[in-house]
Write a protein that binds this ligand. Structure first.
Ligand code: ATP
Length: 222
């Protein structure tokens, strides 16, 4: 089974996330992509993060459109900050895998040096770095952290980096949708509509639970 892991805050999940996963799933012939909401994102400075259970439920409903997609509670069920390395190690231990790929947006990849044990990540899985629609994409060698460079070599035929472990690092340019969760939240806060940005099940869930409204306490009630 060829598995992809797509981690994020998903605050909330939107059509840009789904489109990106669909493109990667097809291009890399993955059998399954796990969407993994971060319970306690170590790197997000945002204060308006909806409770993890809400974000997970929205992901679960949104991914039902594609049989290759699956929501994972792994980071909700683990105490402490949600470090990707712990998630990758857990998947490697529990899955019957022929390959494991970690999907990461270009903006998140730029910050990978701040991640726990990031030097170990390319030794555990392939990395698929996706462009951010609407944002210029620099060459991958500029994105690759200095400390990782000696462990990779560029394969010009396959147009990807090869890690000393045998895993690969590919920069994948999405057709994608230029949507961001932060602009969705800004619009929701002031009651502006968010047309064609959210799956209808997610828009309904947000309305039902009054999420992302100005000056409202965000609490989870089932
Ligand atoms: P925010 O706008 O609040 O920063 P975000 O959508 O960028 O939210 P996450 O939910 O953590 O943040 O995103 C999960 C992953 O999805 C990240 O790797 C991010 O780069 C990627 N991503 C987010 N939006 C898009 C999009 N429109 N197209 C492709 N990838 C995206």
């Amino acid at each position: 089974m060829k598995v992809g892991l797509f981690g994020g805050t998903f605050n909330p999940i939107h059509l840009g996330h789904l489109r990106s996963a669909e493109e990667v799933c097809t291009a890399f012939m993955l059998d399954r992509i796990y969407f993994i909401p971060s319970a306690s994102p170590p790197h997000k400075r945002t204060t308006d993060i909806a409770p993890a259970q809400h974000r997970y439920t929205m992901v679960e409903r949104a991914v039902a459109v594609n049989p290759a997609f699956c929501a994972s509670r792994i980071e909700l069920d683990r105490a402490g900050p949600s470090f990707s390395i712990d998630t990758i190690r857990a998947f490697r231990a529990r899955e019957t895998l022929t390959s494991l790929a970690f999907l990461i947006g270009m903006d998140a990849f730029r910050e990978i040096e701040t991640w726990k044990d990031y030097l170990e990540i390319p030794g555990l899985c392939d990395l698929i770095v996706t462009s951010r629609p609407g944002v210029p994409t620099p060459p991958l060698d500029q994105l690759l952290p200095v400390a990782l460079r000696p462990t990779f070599w560029y394969d010009p035929v396959r147009q990807r980096y090869q890690h000393e472990s045998g895993h690969t690092l590919t920069l994948y340019t999405l057709n994608g949708l230029h949507i961001s969760a932060s602009s969705i939240r800004s619009n929701l806060r002031v009651g502006r509509p968010t047309p064609h940005q959210l799956p209808p099940v997610v828009a309904d869930y947000i309305a039902t639970h009054a999420l992302y409204r100005a000056q409202e306490a965000l609490s989870f009630e089932s």
